[in-house]
Design a protein around this ligand. Structure first.
Ligand SMILES: Nc1ncnc2c1ncn2[C@@H]1O[C@H](COP(=O)(O)OP(=O)(O)O)[C@@H](O)[C@H]1O
Ligand SMILES: [Mg+2]
Length: 290
């Protein structure tokens, strides 16, 4: 009897210990995510300012260059009126040497390429800001999850573009009361996992939809799938099938915790060799738990 009691309290203690460990890990991970977010937001802020004036200066520069060229055009037209033959030859020589025609063409291309480049940097900075939600404190508010998906996709694009084509099939969804930056973390985990699961080249499909009072987000991949015996372990902290350095095994356990905080849930369907689909379910309105 005493032994039974002892065993029972031992098991209970073990269970509590596991819960504590899980809570501790999630805390560690969210701490890490928060500091990465802050770092990203700081960098974004620092870059924003110089990018702003480079962009604005480029606009002015383009106009000035056009003015200078139209002045050159006027000079060209007047060239015929120069009586001095030697002077005319000199001008012709200079034009040939400097290849003014090419310069004019190329300047236009250079300007537009530079503007494209700066616009891209501006977008990345904006995405970083959206992603880390520096403009808002981490508070519950209504947000369009498709925007979170888009900014997260832009951020992880580098990690997935060589592996997968991303297809967006967004259905109409209402705004959801949530902690947007934390949901972005979940999206990021699912997207990066999907890319990791694809060995050669594949497709990642991101879908959204509504059913009753719930909104769902699905991230589906055509990757290698999850072995049935692993399916119930993937949400465990530190469970990973990836080599050291590539996986921490924390992504899904963290995502699980975030979904729970939202009174939502996370479902997975997988077929070995075919692919995997994770579906997030979220209530539109956040219910405060007693
Ligand atoms: N889309 C997926 N396709 C195949 N396996 C997956 C997918 N997502 C997660 N997994 C499996 O779940 C494990 C745990 O995922 P996660 O918690 O994100 O940790 P990590 O990615 O660091 O390994 C992965 O190592 C992998 O075996
Ligand atoms: Mg992961």
């Amino acid at each position: 009897m005493a032994e039974d009691d002892l065993r029972k309290s031992h098991d209970e203690l073990e269970a509590i210990n596991r819960q504590l460990e899980e809570a501790h890990n999630q805390l560690l991970q969210s701490e890490k995510m928060a500091s990465i977010g802050q770092l990203a937001a700081g960098v974004a802020h620092e870059i924003n300012n110089p990018i702003g004036y480079v962009y604005s200066n480029l606009g002015t520069l383009e106009k000035y260059v056009q003015d200078v060229f139209s002045m050159i055009d006027s000079y060209e037209q007047a060239e015929g009126m120069i009586a001095d033959q030697e002077m005319r030859n000199q001008l012709q020589e200079a034009r040939k040497k400097l290849d003014i025609a090419f310069l004019k063409e190329d300047l236009r291309a250079l300007m537009s390429e530079s503007k494209d480049g700066i616009t891209r940097v501006k977008n990345i900075v904006q995405n970083l800001k959206d992603f880390s939600h520096v403009d808002t404190t981490d508070e519950w508010h209504f947000a369009d999850l498709r925007m979170g998906l888009d900014s997260t996709l832009n951020i992880v694009n580098n990690e997935i573009k060589y592996k997968a084509d991303v297809v967006r099939e967004y259905g109409d969804i209402p705004d959801v009361e949530c902690l947007p930056s934390q949901l972005n973390q979940v999206f990021m985990n699912l997207l990066v996992n999907a890319a990791h699961a694809i060995e050669e080249r594949g497709t990642i499909t991101v879908r959204t939809g509504q059913q009753g009072d719930e909104v769902w987000v699905e991230v589906a991949d055509t990757g290698k799938g999850i072995a049935p015996e692993n399916l119930k372990r993937i949400f465990d902290p530190f469970f990973t099938t990836k080599p050291v350095g590539k996986g921490t095994g924390l992504g899904l356990s963290l995502s699980f915790g975030i979904m729970r905080k939202h009174n939502g849930r996370i479902e997975v369907q997988s077929e070995a060799g075919k692919g995997t689909a994770f579906t997030l379910w979220l209530p539109v309105k956040h219910q405060v738990q007693e």
